[in-house]
Design a protein around this ligand. Structure first.
Ligand code: GDP
Ligand code: MG
Length: 556
């Protein structure tokens, strides 16, 4: 394929605005997949993606499209929609010359529409605005076109109105891709240079890296080097993704495809890294940033006998996700475990869900924390307000965009849920890292019958300590069942108790309802009670259900 017949683009959108549905239509219309009911969100392969309706791993598809007698190669690069993965989005974007910016014609511009727009705008890509779901009764494409003109300064006439669900006007999208997006400005005569924008681990073949070729060509047997790690590999296989792997002899400048080169760990194919030929060293492509964990949590087996099983599950899952950091850890209450770092809370939840679904692992996850830089000096004098308003823009008469500076620990657990419920689902939210700020923070302990629960040690703002401590005690009281003895739940700062709740003594006798006779029924009830116990952790003499560790942080 000559480079001038190639178009590289991705689809960006706020969650649920129809990115995966449009991708399915584009795949069908170009013959990459058959038109059947079963083909829903073809690019979303993971079970958690289908269940949650989100894209976690980016997937890529090369499409063949003929337009006015010419054959085109359209490389569609799917991107994860969530802010936790914005670095992956930015790398996918840098492999493209254009984006389809989808906006729900009913909901209009939302937080991630804006965040994703800026990623594409800063990368100087051609932006094709698309209004989706025009089939909906409440769709108001005119209003949303005004928003796009006002917020993004894109002429309303550029917008294409479609229904991805019914396929309406999707042909116009393909034509716009060919007509409006420029071909990649690359040459096959240059030295080989490719961007790694995603990677997966395959048990039989090792790492499969997705690459965009920015110059030259590569073929089987070539010796290649990864610029940031400086390691050398031999190319075993290369090919196109349609969206399944189709091996080819060569990959040329402008093409997007996959490469297998004996890498054993996804950490060797870091997203954003550059590959080049050993005999023709070139400068790395700009924009590489190692993934940085922002949310940390402890993970422990339910029972120490499950430690080896959980260890291998975590090892295998991290083989596929280079952005998770793992460190051994241990706790008095929970035994040996790990401290894992994630890009954000969704990332952590998805990881946990995959551990449970794909590896059948049962895990205790401790309260997520965010990194602090502690300064051990006398002055922590600056009193910070917890949120500082930065600016406010009216998108139209019904919607306003506000920017705040927030401490990350204030938004990490339940801010999003709270915002959604306060605004009846209308508000949307996005964040980016703004660096470290000084604050007046203290350490708070939670005690169960006088014994500190290591997992619940919290760093709080001094002004919030009393309220937070009281709320945590109340929630713990609700999530710990009554036991044979009374339990004191206390919050303390140093030796000073600032809040207390009491769980009265009581023991559920599951056999009370059986009048002697039926032994099998008795056994069943005892078994169920034993299973209930398995989900408990013992702290001192108190049994704590495993979800109490996370419930305690959620507001009602
Ligand atoms: P994504 O999160 O951006 O990938 O969004 P999806 O493609 O998963 O779509 C989210 C929901 O919107 C799904 O229930 C789709 O069936 C629905 N949807 C997508 N496109 C349309 C459309 O054109 N019309 C209607 N009525 N629903 C749509
Ligand atoms: Mg999707």
């Amino acid at each position: 394929f000559p480079a001038d017949k190639i178009r590289n683009f991705c689809i960006i959108a706020h969650i649920d605005h129809g990115k995966s549905t449009l991708a399915d239509r584009l795949l069908e219309m170009t013959g990459a997949i058959a038109k059947t009911e079963k083909n829903k969100q073809v690019l979303d392969k993971l079970q958690v993606e289908r269940e949650r309706g989100i894209t976690v791993k980016a997937q890529t598809a090369s499409l063949f499209y003929s337009h006015q007698g010419e054959q085109y190669l359209l490389n569609l690069i799917d991107t994860p929609g969530h802010v936790d993965f914005s670095y992956e989005v930015s790398r996918s974007i840098s492999a493209c010359q254009g984006v389809l910016l989808i906006v729900d014609a009913n909901q209009g511009i939302q937080a991630q529409t804006v965040a994703n727009f800026y990623l594409a705008f800063e990368a100087q890509l051609t932006i094709i605005p698309i209004l989706n779901k025009i089939d909906l009764k409440n769709a108001d494409p005119k209003r949303v076109e005004s928003q796009i003109e006002k917020v993004f300064d894109i002429p309303r006439d550029d917008c294409i109105r479609i229904s991805a669900k019914h396929g309406t006007n999707v042909e116009m999208v393909l034509q716009a891709v060919v007509n409006r997006i420029p071909p990649p400005a690359v040459s096959s005569d240059d030295p080989f240079r490719a961007l790694v924008f995603d990677s997966n681990f395959d048990h039989y073949r090792g790492v499969v890296a997705n690459i965009a070729v920015f110059g030259g060509r590569v073929r089987k047997g070539d010796k290649i080097v990864s610029a940031h790690l400086g390691k050398t590999y031999e190319v075993n296989e290369i090919g196109l993704l349609r969206p399944d792997e189709h091996p080819t002899q060569r990959l040329y400048a402008g093409q997007v495809g996959y490469i297998i080169a004996g890498m054993k760990d996804v950490k060797e194919a870091q997203i954003g890294d550059t590959l080049y030929l050993q005999e023709q060293p070139v400068k790395a492509l700009p924009g590489f940033k190692p993934a940085k964990a922002m949310v940390f949590a402890g993970m422990y087996p339910m029972d120490q006998s499950e430690y080896p099983g959980l260890r291998s599950a975590i090892e295998r899952l991290t083989l596929n996700d280079s952005s998770v950091t793992v460190q051994k850890d241990s706790s008095l209450a929970l035994g040996a475990g790990w401290r894992l770092g994630f890009l954000g809370l969704l990332h952590m939840e998805v990881f946990n869900q995959r551990l449970e679904q794909e590896y059948n692992a049962s895990v205790i996850v401790t309260a997520p924390t965010v990194p602090y830089k502690a300064v051990l000096s006398s002055a922590k004098l600056i009193k910070n307000r917890r949120a500082i308003q930065k600016n406010m823009v009216y998108i139209d008469d019904q919607r306003v965009m506000m920017k705040y500076l927030f401490p990350l620990n204030e938004i990490v657990v339940d801010f999003y849920d709270l915002l959604k419920s306060l605004s009846s689902g209308y508000a949307s939210f996005d964040y980016e890292n703004a660096g470290y700020q000084a604050a007046d923070l203290i350490k708070m302990d939670i005690l169960l019958n006088g014994r500190s629960v290591e997992e619940l040690i919290t760093i709080v703002h001094r002004d919030r300590a009393y309220n937070t401590g009281k709320a945590m005690c109340e929630r713990l009281k609700d999530s710990i069942p009554r036991q044979m003895f009374e339990i004191a739940v206390q919050a303390a700062i140093g030796s000073k108790i600032i809040a207390r709740e009491t769980i009265k003594a009581y023991r559920k006798n599951v056999l009370a309802k059986c009048y002697g006779g039926d032994i099998t029924r008795k056994m069943k009830l005892l078994k169920r009670q034993a299973e209930g116990k398995k989900k408990m952790r013992r702290i001192g003499n108190v049994e704590v259900p495993k979800d109490a560790f996370i419930n305690v942080l959620k507001r009602k």
